[in-house]
Design a protein around this ligand. Structure first.
Ligand code: UTP
Length: 300
């Protein structure tokens, strides 16, 4: 790469999915607002984007998702009451989560036609520049955020970047998986991608874990993208088309990704983040041990 790639200033958060796996919890509350310890899931993802230098946060929402917009706005009455009561710590927590005025945009995906369609809905707000895409279901636990590390690769390689993570080979059929080519600048060339490969046929055990840096040409491809697996407009199909004319590089995340779109992943995330907090770990540890001890071995 001889020239500096265009900076990535905007991030897209597709939050228009139905969250059926969490019903009835998600009947009136969007799944992105379910809390992991003390923050809604979406807050982790926005914080990760902010840490990576993102300046504008684009939410693709759907019906019943208005509370997400409220979460990233001032809550004037609450803040007034906290100020009157001298609750500085609580005010600081609220201030840390608040984007600057004008840093957020919200657009609607009127019908949940698939992730690819949700991303396409952000085309006018993103415009003709590269953008970060963060799937809010996925939260990543590490000392430094996944997107911030991806940006380092992007600054060297430009083009499109997909984050991946190792998974057990027996699990690869559940995910989008990449084919790994030569090493490049902290990442590797992606030479192929396949969505949910049949058991035993995956080209690697690196699954796509929900973080992307994409070039704006993806939008015109999505515009004409026919529906794919599950009758939905699939992002992977559009990326495969884009890969015919542009480079895709992979980045391997070595922290842990929790899929908060599934009940098990969501509970694992709560446990992992709670145990990351030294104070909580001290009181939760013995409780967890007791619960584990109470599990009777199979057959007893
Ligand atoms: P999921 O495949 O997890 O679907 O979407 P879902 O509808 O949210 O959840 P379930 O399967 O019914 O429980 C992956 C990501 O893509 C977004 C979702 O919000 C989620 O962040 N998405 C999916 C959209 O924004 N629009 C869509 O049409 C589909």
């Amino acid at each position: 790469m001889t020239h500096t790639p265009k900076p990535v200033r905007k991030a897209v958060f597709p939050v228009a999915g139905l969250g059926t796996r969490f019903l009835p919890a998600t009947k009136a509350v969007p799944k992105e607002m379910l809390t992991v310890v003390d923050k809604p899931v979406i807050q982790y993802v926005v914080d990760e984007a902010r840490e990576a230098g993102i300046e504008h946060f684009v939410f693709v929402t759907g019906r019943n998702k208005g509370v997400i917009e409220d979460h990233f706005d001032l809550q004037v009455e609450l803040e007034h009451t906290l100020r009157e009561r001298g609750k500085k710590d609580a005010l600081d927590v609220l201030a840390a989560a608040l984007p600057q005025p004008g840093q957020t945009s919200f657009t609607r995906q009127q019908a949940p036609l698939g992730l690819g369609h949700a991303v396409w809905c952000a085309r006018d707000i993103v415009g003709d520049e590269p953008f970060a895409l963060l799937l809010p279901d996925m939260i990543m636990q590490d000392e430094r955020g996944c997107m911030s590390r991806m940006m380092e690769v992007y600054r060297e390689t430009g083009g499109n970047i997909i984050s991946t993570e190792e998974v057990a080979w027996e699990e690869t059929h559940k995910y989008g998986v990449v084919e790994k080519g030569d090493a490049v600048a902290g990442g590797f060339k992606i030479t192929g991608m396949v969505e949910k490969p049949p058991q035993g046929s995956a080209p690697s055990n690196l699954f796509i874990n929900g973080r992307y840096i994409l070039q704006p040409e993806i939008f015109s491809i999505l515009e004409n993208q026919a529906s794919g697996a599950g009758g939905e407009i699939q992002l992977t199909d559009a990326m495969l088309t884009l890969a015919q004319s542009q480079d895709f590089h992979g980045f391997t995340f070595t922290g842990r990704t929790f899929d908060c779109g599934s009940k098990e992943g969501f509970i694992k995330a709560n446990l992992a983040y709670a145990m990351w907090d030294r104070n909580m770990a001290a009181s939760l540890g013995p409780e967890l041990r007791q619960l584990l001890d109470a599990i009777k071995p199979a057959g007893s």
